[in-house]
Design a protein around this ligand. Sequence first.
Ligand code: PEP
Ligand code: MG
Length: 762
Amino acid sequence: MNNIEDILWLAEIRKEDIPSVGGKGASLGEMTSVGLPVPTAFVITAQAFRRFLVESKIEDPLFGKLKGLDVENAELLEATAQDVMKLVLKAKMPASLIKNIEEAYNKMGKNVVVAVRSSATAEDLPDASFAGQQETYLNIKGKKDLLEAVQKCWASLYGARAIYYRAKQGFDDRNVDIAVVVQQLVYSQKAGVMFSSHPITGEPTTIIEGSWGLGEAVVSGTVSPDKYVFDQKGKRVIDKYIANKKTEILPDGNNGTKEVAVDKKRQDAVVLSEDEIRKLAKFAKVAEEHYECPQDMEWGIVDGKIFILQSRPITTIQRDLKAGKKSQPAVNGKILLEGQGASPGIASGAVVIISSIKDLAKVKEGNIIVAKMTNPDMVPAMRKSVAIITDEGGMTCHAAIVSRELGTPAAVGTKNATHILKDGQVVTVDGEKGLVFDGAVGQSGSEQTAGAAACAGTAAPAKIITATSIKVNVSLPEAAKRAAATGADGVGLLRVEHLILGLGKTPNWYITNGKENEFIDEVYKGIKIVMDEFNGKPVWVRTLDAPTDEFRNMKGGENEPSEHNPMLGWRGIRRDLQSRDQFRLQVEVFKRLWAEGYDNLGVMFPLVGHPKEFIAAKQLMAEFGVDVENRTLGVMLEIPSSVILVDDFIAAGIKFASFGTNDLIQYTLAIDRNNQNVADMYMPKHPAVLKLIKFAIDRCRKAGVECSICGQAGSDPEMVKWLIETGITSVSANIDAVPKIRETAAKTEAKLILDAARARLN
Ligand code: PEP
Ligand code: MG
């Protein structure tokens, strides 16, 4: 055993070395081997870990404790895990191993700051990136801290979740090892992401996005980055978009990061030189050729030196494209709960029950939120969780909309999840079918696998051209990048209320506290992030449409009226017309964006029931200084009265109309869209609903007015087929549904053309 190396440097590693260095280590080694400038790293091998177990004499006691453990006994599991982890943490590392690690660390330079990451390995499993074994320690400096972090990574192999997962998957603990990657941390002065080829069309154009500071700012969507397009065939930069970069993320000198304002001089300055764009594009090509499929890469630059931090197949896009074909692996196990599948994907994790706001602090990365219903206060915690389960709600409730935007699996309307599930219980959510299983029985849809094996042979699909515009719905600015990556033809609904609710204070609070400008700035920033992702494509921003109950938990919410049925109450354009200042602030945001040249911004009014409301809103906008005749103003058709009076809306000058079927169905059928007791009576294809839709499409077509849909029904392929046959002009779908809706549109259009041609022949 001693003749196997404790340490391997990236240059010595290939993908075949997974058993020694784990998936993460192997992937970094592969990247290095093809000449990509990966930050220096070495791996403390799985064999070194084994040597540690044997020489410190803890191997037998450790596996003895785990043998025959009843992992279903949560208390016993937790106690044993603690016990075993203590054993690993307290054991003395062999002196020769300490020496080898310290020598390797010294070779990196003097007291280099590193990241220490665990990389699990298992026989018969190429990338054993099991849940719970991905401990990472950042900003580690000095030998003592390094050795401690390594031992912590090793101990993490025996966390309760990891033991449980292995037991359920039938892995013998003795056959599972762990390697540890020690990598130099790169404090980028500029950084970003790039797609080696166009993510949707597969064309050989590399798209690079970059901004100042650490890459986190670009990845998280905190900043609108510069965008550079490089044509790999002609070997030249064919497009540059220089954004106004107001913030950057920097190390805070205290193991964390901080967001700071970019100084005026650099805000509008070009981030990348021509030479840097070329070099990055070259690395993108190298990676794509090596892995034989388009890559999604992260890069950083320090003092002019480029580092490639990560390269992985463009799986999100591929997964989205496959979404219509139900490509998720089947999950088998004991079903605990059934609800509606509100956001596709499969994920396992420990449950955290949210009964009050206080519980939100308990949510850690990788948990599953279980709540009666989610609300805007929960969005930060929802970002951390791998799945969402609710008692209440249907396909169009808050939890459903936000989960789809975040790409997080969700099962809603399970009726009693908060009673049946317990804090800490491990479950698996199938967000496509709306099922909740006992234990970690699924395969996480978001796990990435290492390197070439994951994508060899898959080619990027060709772009499907449709005459029907296929747009996308966006609610959270952070989802804008994912939304744009679908190749959508624009945004058919930007729900501004999610952005406003996220501010934590009601619009009225800003008004009464003299903070109008703050409100305008925040909303402007959020909308601009979306506008920048959809350069030149139409983006229809909808004015505020939050029912009063959603405002209640916010600062200023105590002044909100208490309504018996907020869905039928003071929301949408009704409220804005009576709250002139609230409306004015929103218009100020639009005016600022129009003044900056965002002419593609259209404004959509929600919940209009009478043409007078459209006329009044337009009139108010004119009073606030908008050239209303030359702006794209339209309405949602979501109350039956607005459909019945659609001719009068057209006469009043709407530029477009969009079906809000979520509301149109509830108001036509008198079925509360958020009430799980009547969820099975909520019928998007009810003949009365279809009759209303057909009527409005016909009238809009005759008048040459764009007619669209942005309700959930626009993400249902069957419904979209019917809508296109009926003559709709555009469809706006959820991010996850865009690829399949585009495919449906293409097929439906082709069939219509074929049928027409055949009819002519006969
Ligand atoms: C709708 O009603 O269909 C719609 C898109 O709006 P919301 O879901 O925000 O009410
Ligand atoms: Mg609506």
